[in-house]
Write a protein that binds this ligand. Sequence first.
Ligand SMILES: *Cc1c(COP(=O)(O)O)cnc(C)c1O
Length: 440
Amino acid sequence: MHFFYYRDGHLYCEDVDLARVAEKFGTPLYVYSAGTILDHYARLDAALAPLDHLICYAVKANSNRAILKLLVDAGAGFDIVSGGELHRVIAAAGDPARCTFAGVGKTREEIESALEQRVYSFNVESEAELDYINRLARTKNLRAPIAVRANPDVDPRTHEYVSTGSHENKFGIALGQLPAVYERAAKMRNVEIVGVQMHIGSQITEAEPFAIAIKKLAPIVRELKSKYDIKFFSIGGGMGIIYRRALDSGSGQWWHDHGGEPAAFSVRDYADAIVPPLRDLGIRILVEPGRFLVGNAGVLLTRVLYVKKSGQKKFVIVDAGMNDLIRPALYHSYHEIAPVKQPVTSRNNSTSGGRVAKMDVVGPVCESGDFFALDREMPELDEDALLAVMSAGAYGFVMASNYNSRPLPAEALVRGETFSLIRKRQTWEDLVSDEIEPEC
Ligand SMILES: *Cc1c(COP(=O)(O)O)cnc(C)c1O
């Protein structure tokens, strides 16, 4: 369930008309649905119920403290990739003992902070990193809990930039080298072997690649368990979401037909494929979903500034840009764009009758890559119309920048009939406030 739908021609998030939220906080504005995040969490938690498991939310997908707090209260652990993310989790009253620390380039400062905070595990990506963690732990007279990230060399059938578990990319250690790395770790005085980890990629829409990777790792997990008494096997995140027709079925009255879109990722299929082999292992299972929990739970609200016709082309220029949401430019990713006030002509009517036209929806940034949709069939839009870029809850705000000296957008959270600001909009003053007069 994603709680975004049309009610009497108005786009709602839970029980709140999105136009009201934009009115109050301005645009561009990220709006998140607490109910959607908690629903996704609960469904995954229920599907994994046959296993001793911990859901470690991948903080990098959306790290706003209010979102982290929702998940802390739901009982989640966290997968972090930097010292800054650990700081955020702690600021949201999260427990470091439920945090796994991933990433190929942990710095001294980050490792020391994570040691002091007693994270659950360092997910180690190289032998050099293992040595370094051991050395830093020795200076503190501590034992660092570690899991090695295995690279199972599985094709997740997703975009090349988000594929991480094939032999061609920088992540993890090849299965053949894994036993030797664990043997080395076992000899280190200031390291404690606690688990093994994998993560094969992101936006994976089928269950099969996960099952294949688990099957490849299962014998190794058994061996590590008997040799080193490891406590957990983390199977990573990467579960995909719907980007096309990302409105609740029944209320998503689209004016264009997507035709043969790929089937959406199903929690049921995922659980059916992975729970039986994992149960046989008899070990605690960690999962690290990011996008799955928050992706469909957020939209980016933006207002039409100008409509421009140029030759045969029509451009809708909006007040959000690639600095606010970079996914279309970076991954060529598709986001639905829904008018917050549904045009009368398209109500109760999907593909015919209403006035539709092809247009590019673009931002104000001085880059050709600054677009949200190209040649998209949309209803006629007036200047000042409010649009929702759907499925923007993951890898949205967290990748926002100040490019073109545009202040970072604001973020709001909806919960039932209520909504509130969870990050204030930056000001022009903020843009220069960290800069320093040179003394030379
Ligand atoms: C990014 C990442 C995740 C989350 O990926 P999603 O596709 O958002 O689920 C999980 N684990 C690790 C190690 C990651 O780097």
